[in-house]
Design a protein around this ligand. Sequence first.
Ligand SMILES: Cc1cc2nc3c(=O)[nH]c(=O)nc-3n(C[C@H](O)[C@H](O)[C@H](O)COP(=O)(O)OP(=O)(O)OC[C@H]3O[C@@H](n4cnc5c(N)ncnc54)[C@H](O)[C@@H]3O)c2cc1C
Length: 401
Amino acid sequence: MTEQPYDIAIVGAGAVGLSAALAFARDGFRTALVGGLDARRDGRTVALLNGSIRFLEALGVWPKLAPDAAPLATMGIVDDTGSLFRPPPVSFSSHEIGLGAFGWNVENTTLVERLAEAAREYVNLTILSRQATGFETGNSLASISFADGPLIKAGLVVAADGRNSRLRQTAGINARTWSYPQAAVTAILAHDRDHREASTEFHTRHGPFTLVPLPGRRSSLVWVTSAAEAQRLAGLDDGALARAIERQAQSLLGAMRIDGPRGLVPMSGMSVDRYWSQRLALVGEAAHVFPPIGAQGLNLGLRDAAALRDAVVDASAEGREPGSDETLSQYQRGRDLDVRLRTTAVDSLNRTLLSGLLPADFLRGAGLLALSNIGPLRRAVMREGVLPHVGAPRLMQGAAA
Ligand SMILES: Cc1cc2nc3c(=O)[nH]c(=O)nc-3n(C[C@H](O)[C@H](O)[C@H](O)COP(=O)(O)OP(=O)(O)OC[C@H]3O[C@@H](n4cnc5c(N)ncnc54)[C@H](O)[C@@H]3O)c2cc1C
């Protein structure tokens, strides 16, 4: 026996899928969320920028997450490439654009746990802790099937099932993937000195080395370096790795201690040629993947969820179906530029660091110098960094509508 159709079914209970489910349930849609909760602590933290915090506020999650998050009030960039065109360190303060913080850094698992707690409180949100095995689409409904148990039907299915999205593949949406000759070493650290709510990115010849504040005298590290060096670092014991990190950080935060799980993440990217097919919308890493540089991936994924919610709410208000082609084209129009710009920016920064070519070094150095010295440009870049100027989803603008 099949259940009554849902308005919207989301597959994947990561941070993006949970946020999308909450956004639809909050607006009264009969919603299903398919997927098991992954509560493994892997040491990955996410810096949630200002727009994402407003979205979490609108979803009622932020007050419960805030105690576990640290504000990012200052962002520093240090050119450690040894290039001829090495500019002096650049620092940005959120106060320059009238914000108390650019964003907040929190462990990804904590974020997922708080989102899941909020999801359990909605009566119109059903959580099905199962793996989806199939997806089929018809004119009026799509269906999701499981290895065990009856299938479910919905007017719109949202693929939030991550970079290897089964739904994307089943729907035949093309994905272009690429890789970099690098990997990222991740760790959570305790240190002697206060971070003063400052995140610092050292640009090295092998990629950025970034320290991001956590509550107390703790920080998270994403150290992008050559694949071989990352393997070597990953093989060190905690004490030796902590010393290597302190050296690379030029003792900025004093002595370091590993204070949580460590990870090793290969660097790759993925982009799709469209964000939807009949009755299916892609969000989060099902739609785009890029290296963990510049705190962009999840922020972009949350913007997908909030933008899809806007398109669906508008469609309903105009008497259109949430899963109609028109609704989904509107969603794609709203996301295309944002995703392409961020993917290109992260890719270009990474490649100019790796190239070692003087023209590339010059351009990067000149860009940083301009950011240091030209006030309006600095402020425009900072504002655009926390939320796109054009087309920001409504729940990210602080208007809970
Ligand atoms: C080291 C590192 C640091 C990062 N730092 C930042 C940062 O500071 N800021 C930022 O914005 N981003 C950051 N990112 C990127 C960010 O972590 C990702 O963009 C984000 O976690 C992706 O979330 P998602 O929900 O789209 O995918 P996922 O977290 O991969 O979730 C997908 C979910 O779908 C489930 N699933 C898959 N298939 C099925 C199925 N068939 N049925 C049911 N469920 C299924 C999976 O089990 C999983 O729970 C970082 C990434 C890394 C690696």
